[in-house]
Design a protein around this ligand. Structure first.
Ligand code: PEP
Length: 255
């Protein structure tokens, strides 16, 4: 495996936190702390209503802004939803799709995740595609089957060219927001399995070039060890991304 061909991506997922004014302050504080840290890409995925102030605060810095969801239709009677073109015009560059909280609480399926990913890619956004097993699946010894199937279903119809803008976030559901972290070996193994499926679906070369993050209670204390693994190319960080000092230490660990 050639980790050196990939640039790590450290992305924050603020979830439903921060008002626009708080977002402005937090992005500015984060940007100051990660200034000049060019060894990884730094992204903050913020609530829709925070995007404008986040982009304003990130202007001229190395922090990029993303959203946390996108609808798959271009426009129409879809109350409460936001299209990929709308996101693009705000200046957002990234969007998370398939986060486990959306699968768990908002009825997302692999089919809708795939449609959202395609819509975002068609518009030119980078997609952070989340997948991962629940605790019962890990305990039943079927993690490899589950994440392989999710990878295939979620990437269905996405072209090799579009894959240049896809980042996969392997997020074991039992580790998200729980304080439980996968061991570096578990994270490496799962990211390696996903990379193997991408090689099968596309090519070995494309698999080597694909950024695969780990997410699940990554913090300033455990990031260095997780990120040292050959298949772990960054992190998707929830709780710790809300605290600029903690998030920036994870960025430091990825340098
Ligand atoms: C996430 O929201 O994707 C996540 C990994 O959250 P946390 O870091 O809080 O576990």
């Amino acid at each position: 495996m050639k980790k050196e061909v990939r640039k790590a991506v450290i992305a924050g997922n603020w979830k439903m936190n921060m008002t626009p004014s708080q977002a402005k302050e937090a992005v500015a504080a984060t940007a100051k702390l990660v200034e000049g840290k060019s060894g990884c890409d730094v992204v903050l995925c913020v609530p829709f209503v925070d995007i404008a102030s986040a982009i304003e605060a990130a202007k001229g810095t190395n922090v990029k802004i993303g959203a946390q969801n996108v609808h798959f239709e271009k426009k129409g009677a879809f109350t409460g939803e936001v299209s990929a073109d709308m996101l693009l015009e705000t200046g957002a560059e990234y969007v998370i799709v398939g986060h486990s909280e959306r699968r768990q609480y908002f009825g997302e399926t692999d089919e809708t995740v795939n449609k959202r990913a395609k819509a975002a890619l068609d518009a030119g956004l980078f997609v952070i595609l989340c997948l991962g097993e629940v605790l019962e699946q890990r305990q039943a010894g079927i993690t490899a089957e589950i994440i392989s199937m999710q990878t295939k279903l979620d990437l269905a119809g996405i072209t090799a060219e579009q894959m240049k803008k896809v980042i996969i976030a392997y997020e074991p559901v039992w580790a998200i927001g729980t304080g439980l972290t996968a061991t570096p070996e578990q994270a490496d193994e799962a990211c390696g399995i996903i990379r193997g499926v991408i090689a099968e679906l596309y090519s070995a070369e494309l698999a080597e070039a694909t950024v695969i993050q780990y997410g699940g209670s990554m913090n300033d204390g455990n990031a260095a060890e997780l990120l040292s693994k050959v298949n772990v190319d960054g992190g998707l960080i929830g709780g710790a991304s809300l605290v600029p000092e903690k998030f920036s230490k994870i960025v430091d660990a990825a340098q």
